[in-house]
Write a protein that binds this ligand. Sequence first.
Ligand code: C2E
Ligand code: MG
Ligand code: MG
Ligand code: MG
Length: 290
Amino acid sequence: HAAAAMYHSKHSGGDNFSFYSPELSVVWTRDRLVFEKELRIALADDQLQVFYQPIMNARQQCVLHIEALVRWLHPVRGFLTPGDFVPFAEQIGVIEQLGKQVLLTACLAAHNLSQSLGRPISISVNVNPRQLLFGGFAQVVSQALQQTGLPASSLTLEITEDAIVNNIPLAREVLGKIKKLGVVIALDDFGTGYSSLSLLRDLPIDTLKIDKSFIRALGQNSHDFMITQAIIGLGENLNLEIIAEGVETKRQMQILLDHHCDLQQGYYFSRPVSYTTLLKWMHSPTYGRL
Ligand code: C2E
Ligand code: MG
Ligand code: MG
Ligand code: MG
């Protein structure tokens, strides 16, 4: 049941269901089976959607890059975010399929957006640990690029430290293959995992994303502030690109700019939105707030 608690929905639209039911494990099991069936149907019928959140150059107030974030508009349970179903997809063994669909959709969106705007827009796609270390992932990536026509250098794959610490030799092999394609590798949620700085030495990492838990307390909590500063310094010294995630206020944006962290992402600029909304927003003469 500990694992079941993970599926408890915390987010919009999903607050009214939970699989966690210690007394009624029969009901729980039935719920799980229903949810599993629904997820399999959703995958087969393309019910999953990909939302996009701009990653800003906050100094120039322009968008160069977007992150793809999966959503599931569930007919009954409402709008589900990844925390509601990605761990479950992993458990029932459909994460590779889910990941492949998101990757294809996202690459196509970046390609179309670039054409529509007449300038290159690159895209980040989150990769689940299982997906990364499952055989043949580099092949899946190369096929997605071929099928969509997106240049490899316009794709970033976001991985987490936890995904690689347990299997560094295999991670190095897979990441090496992906790098050879010309794809960019980012470490997501940097600073929160069981990270070792030797990962940065041993693996072909290009970008660090400072976890939003450090950004939240910028300007209030001096420890988080120092950690953020240290990560920015690490980036400068090791020549890594740094992106701050979870920027929600003008003050946070400004503090980051003062410390030369120009690449920023967060609700202050825009929430994750549908492709259509993003397209409209990026075509507007000055980016408004969404
Ligand atoms: P992540 O990659 O670190 O994505 C950032 C999360 O922070 C997203 O949550 C985003 O909506 C949220 N966020 C963005 N700006 C702000 C802000 O200013 N304040 C706050 N409080 N939150 C902000 P989301 O979409 O619920 O995704 C959660 C996680 O699920 C992602 O974390 C990523 O690890 C995973 N995920 C998302 N899409 C996919 C996917 O297609 N495949 C896989 N395997 N994992 C995914
Ligand atoms: Mg969520
Ligand atoms: Mg991410
Ligand atoms: Mg993150």
